[in-house]
Write a protein that binds this ligand. Structure first.
Ligand code: MTE
Ligand code: MOS
Length: 764
């Protein structure tokens, strides 16, 4: 079944923030942001901006009625800088003008006197200076130290992983409209309507019931709008509070890239110990997370790095320590995988390191250490593992040995082009690791004409959550999809929402919808029972728009039943609440059962590297993926394809570059390369894992939003394998002699851009 938005997307009729008709008198905001990464803010001169054409107001920190604070986890992030600036791009002043152009023109006339302070961009430097966002976090199982002494092989190294720009097609933005009695309605491009509402309340000083946040859909979020949509909504709200006029701000691409945070770069040290049978006996990792200048969601992201630091492997002795390091970069934030991918990259590096030293394929070590059913994760939860099953089913379907042999044969015959193959198993936990966030609500109305309206806390951002929720309602009422309509995500209809994140939106909001629909259906059955002379409601079902009695269609159709129920004064609406059962986590012991379930999968990735130019192509990504039992294969396959391409982009061509002064050099699409149609894998094959295990997902259809991104990590190691092939084959005539491939000759440093590939090919 197609995504319900596909037609309006293709026709350009889908409504995004920028498509909302503007109200007469709307003002446009633009921010003056810090030109330096760290300094004392001595003076702000807004005088020239104030007399600039079309300007209605210039706002600085001193004009705010409420608190100058938008920090979620820790209150460490002023909306507008007042005494210090902490990163380049930090908002200092807001200009409101009668047009977008005039607002931008005026903002450029603002100047600030800033006394420079020391700039830190490296998380290890920050850690050494004690610049931590929160105290370090630790996971411990067994005794890693002791266990290393018993290991046959021990390897130590370092892995560096860069950030990633979200590059949602729709940039950040908001539109605030005054309502009566001092209220504000805010249209926001946010994954977290309630997060926006809270931030707006803080800076305006108004109570939550005065602020309505409404979200139609996003042109992509990918985590970048989980928390970081708040500032722009707060800016618009403050503008509306001070002028009582509608205020809109939609960021230009370069403003967005400069002012918003990205995926967290990490630097990590690892130590891995194996016994003679290649079982990983002990693993130690220290993670330095580059949090940027404020907390944002960094501690939660850091936690997920720990949760996924052993990926799909069982390791009996683990010590993992993680530091969230404060630097002078824009605060980094959620990004598909939420810190998990970085944790996985490090253990995959450690395994590749061991394999290279031992002169074997990493897949030999991977295969020997996959989680078995009932194995314990370092955080105490036991797994219902599909790690081995997904590996075996992928192997049976794609034949890993054959793919490797094909690459070997190609390499033997080719001097300048080399193929590399790598396997990438993935295990990803589903649920917010902060247990209280695992709740959702749904409001279902059945109207007297038989049409159904559903509102939930889920935000549609291209991932198809609205399609899945509509499917839930359609299925329970036995109606065609056209009878069900999903409405905007709105804080008046659904309050206290968790953001649409952690891949859990369909599970949480879908199950709340299921409950609401079942409640209404039960009431309808009570009415229908007499009409169709059934003995008990248990004999009744709804299918194809008709009431069925013991599986046989009756003459009572849906619409007649609904109208009859209404005339009998039966409630045709329901507001239901769902909270994931059975989950918990205790940070004092760092143990618990944080996840409703895990999603497993195994991918094999093949690449061809052009060893003269450093360029490469991704030949294929073939995976066996654990969907549980997918309720929408078209939406889910789309998530797999998109996730894989985004993961490959992060691992290969996307390079976020800040210079030592904390200035973003990759600040536009001319200097930041994301995958295009020419760089996607030539083949993506998806095999659904065959399993009949029950799980806690909606209709047994497991969450799919984030896990596939991590298959992309395989591309890094496949390229690495191709590069090693070249370096271990004889140098071509007249060329530069390549280094021999004995031992580890390459550092682990993602992304593997073509430039880095080239330098590695000829580094001696
Ligand atoms: N797919 C599209 N098309 N656009 C997005 O912004 N975000 C991803 C993923 N897939 C995203 C996407 C992220 S980061 C998450 S957490 C999930 O979707 C959130 O939606 P879900 O909970 O409904 O899976
Ligand atoms: Mo996704 S990173 O949890 O928004």
């Amino acid at each position: 079944m197609k995504n319900i938005d596909s037609k309006s997307h293709v026709r350009g009729e889908s409504v995004y923030l920028d498509d909302i008709p503007l109200i007469h008198g709307t003002l446009f905001a633009c921010v003056y942001d810090s030109p330096v990464a760290h300094g004392k803010l001595l003076n702000i001169d807004t005088s020239q901006a104030e007399i600039s054409e079309g300007v209605v107001k210039v706002i600085t920190a001193k004009d705010l009625f409420g608190e100058n604070q938008i920090g979620g986890i820790i209150p460490d992030e002023p909306l507008l800088a007042y005494d210090e600036v902490h990163f380049q791009g930090m908002p200092i002043a807001i200009v409101l003008a009668t047009s977008e152009d005039l607002a931008r023109k005026a903002a450029r006339k603002i100047t600030a006197e800033i006394e420079p302070l020391e700039i830190i961009t490296d998380p290890r430097v920050a850690a050494a200076k004690g610049e931590l966002i929160v105290p370090p976090k630790k996971f411990k199982m067994g005794d890693a130290d002791k266990a290393f002494a018993t290991c046959e092989h021990v390897f130590e190294g370092r892995a560096d992983i860069n950030g990633q720009e979200h590059l949602y097609i729709e940039t950040q933005g908001a539109y605030a409209v005054p309502t009566e009695n001092g209220g504000i309605k805010i249209y926001s491009s946010t994954q977290g309507p309630t997060a926006v509402q809270r931030a707006v309340c803080k800076v305006t000083g108004w109570p939550m019931h005065q602020i309505e946040v409404d979200v139609q859909r996003l042109g992509g979020g990918f985590g970048g709008k989980e928390d970081q949509a708040n500032a722009w909504a707060a800016i618009c709200a403050v503008g509306t509070q001070l002028t009582r006029r509608p205020v809109k701000y939609a960021l230009h691409r370069m403003e967005d890239m400069r002012m918003t945070g990205k995926r967290h770069p990490y630097s990590a040290d690892y130590k891995i110990g194996l016994n003679k049978d290649l079982k990983i006996i002990s693993y130690e990792a220290v993670f330095y997370q580059n949090a940027g200048a404020a907390c944002d969601l960094s501690p939660a992201v850091l936690e997920r790095t720990l949760f996924h630091c052993t990926n799909s492997y069982f390791v009996p002795n683990v010590t993992a320590t993680a530091y969230s390091c404060r630097t002078n970069l824009p605060p980094n934030t959620a990004f598909r995988g939420f810190g998990g991918p970085q944790g996985m990259f490090v253990i995959e590096s450690a395994i590749a390191h061991a394999a290279e030293k031992l002169g074997m394929s990493a897949s030999e070590i991977q295969a020997k250490n996959l989680l078995e059913n009932g194995d314990e994760f370092p955080y105490g939860q036991r797994t219902e593992s599909e790690a081995i099953t997904s590996w075996k089913q992928a192997d049976a379907k794609y034949d890993f040995a054959r793919l490797q042999r094909e690459a070997d044969e190609f390499n033997a015959a080719s001097r300048y082009f080399k193929k590399g193959v790598a396997l990438m198993p993935v295990c990803f936990g589903i649920s917010f690791t902060k247990t209280p966030m695992n709740q959702a609500r749904s409001l279902v109305h059945v109207y007297t004409d038989g049409s159904v309206a559903v509102s939930t806390g889920a935000v549609e951002m291209g991932q198809g959550v609205n399609t899945k929720i509509a499917q839930v309602a359609a299925k329970i009422f036995g109606l065609p999809m056209e009878k069900v309509r999903l409405h905007t995500t709105n804080t008046l209809r659904i309050a206290n929402t968790s953001p649409t994140a952690a891949s859990a939106a369909a599970d949480l909001n879908g199950q709340a919808t299921q409950m609401a629909c079942e409640t209404i259906r039960h009431r309808l059955f009570e009415v229908a029972k007499d009409l169709v002379e059934a003995e008990t409601v248990r004999d009744l079902s709804l299918e194809g728009g008709f009431v069925h009695r013991r599986g046989e269609r009756t003459s009572l159709d849906w619409q007649t039943l609904v109208m009859d129920a209404h005339l009998k004064r039966v409630n045709l609406s329901e507001h239901s609440h769902y909270a994931t059962p059975g989950i918990n986590f205790d940070w004092t012991t760092a143990k618990g059962h944080p996840f409703a379930y895990h999603v497993y999968g195994t991918a094999i990735v093949g690449v061809t590297v052009d060893c003269l130019r450093g360029r490469y192509e991704i030949d294929y990504v073939k995976c066996c993926h654990d969907f549980g039992s997918s309720m929408n294969t078209s939406v889910d396959n789309g998530q797999i394809e998109g996730g894989i391409v985004q993961g490959i982009g992060w691992m290969t061509m996307e390079e976020v570059v800040y210079d030592a002064a904390g200035k973003l050099r990759s600040n536009a699409l001319s200097t930041y390369k994301v995958p295009d149609i020419y760089s996607v894998p030539k083949e993506i094959a998806i095999l659904p894992l065959a399993t009949d295990r029950e799980n806690l997902a909606i209709f047994n259809s497991k969450a799919v939003g984030e896990p596939p991104l991590m298959y992309g990590i395989g591309a890094y190691f496949a390229i690495r394998n191709a590069v090693k092939e070249f370096k271990s084959s004889p140098p071509y005539e007249g060329g530069v002699a390549a280094a021999s491939a004995d031992g580890v000759v390459l550092s682990f440093d993602a992304p593997f851009t073509p430039e880095k590939v080239l330098m590695n090919l000829y580094k001696t």
